[in-house]
Write a protein that binds this ligand. Sequence first.
Ligand code: NDP
Ligand code: OXD
Length: 308
Amino acid sequence: MRVVVVHPQPDASARWSAALAERLPDAQVRPWPLDWQDAEFAVAWNPPDEFFDGIRVARALFSAGAGVDRLLSHPGLPAGLPVVRVEDAGMGRQMADYCCQEVLRVFRRQPEYEQQQRDRVWRELEPLPRARFAIGIFGMGVLGEQVARALRVFGFPLLGYSRTPRKVEGVECLSGPDALPHFLGRCRVLILLAPLTPETDGLFDARRLAMLPPGAWLINVARGALAVDRDLLEAIDGGRLAGATLDVFRTEPLPAEHPFWGHPRIRITPHVSAVTLIDETAEQIAGKIRRMQRGETVTGVVDRTRGY
Ligand code: NDP
Ligand code: OXD
């Protein structure tokens, strides 16, 4: 059995290949580029456009991350090839840490205290009422649900929104386009954690951002393209939104001249809210490869028509 690994960073390709080879001792695991014309499986993160030109991948393409938007828009992706995504593998815990940290910062009025520090102002601000500080999670899948569970201990009202109906203890779950304005209208903090698909691309434009309560805070840990950059800046500059925490961007790395960088009410991290942990993820992928080799089904197969 042959497994090809493709990753834009050669050192990451080498680490992935070693981690998979250790778990699949009977397989040949090699980093791309190579002279193979075929392989049973590929493990890929942002493969270059020419990746599929010289090699036929027969059984499945494993994403090295949870999001598959880049793979699904790859110009060479063969039509019938199953695409399998990462399910959690240690990302949920990281995402929960990140979101709790940002929610607590906003709840404890830290952005305002930081501004006061810059202005050398000593002033106590009124604590915010916890019972009215509702947190909304847009995307209640593997990661969204773990974020909700982690936030539960803080006692905020929790709302979840998904494409299809879900049930999560302690979370008021909504779904479907008709429920979106009602959901957004209650989110004091909105966490974006849904995949980038034709339905979610640019969904958070001026109209949808205006549905949030005045002074709301946006946390985008999903994909940058879910929000419209210019509309987000206008909502913050116009005072409609208090600010945003952005981990993901339409163009990554975020270009040096982008106005997000220097904005006093935008916090930026470089797509690190949940990084792929190579050992945990290789373990999951190797397990799925073994199951497929035995003719069994695996979870995490992407529905290409849905886009995730
Ligand atoms: P899942 O597929 O498990 O969950 C996706 C959730 O989004 C589901 O609840 C789904 O609804 C919902 N959803 C999909 N389309 C829509 C829509 N049009 N309207 C409302 N809800 C929608 O994915 P994960 O939780 O594993 O990951 C979510 C995303 O997080 C990834 O796609 C990726 O883009 C991003 N990510 C970012 C990382 C980072 O470091 N910043 C790291 C890892 C992931 P339903 O339940 O009905 O299917
Ligand atoms: C992912 C990501 O999708 O890192 O795994 O964004």
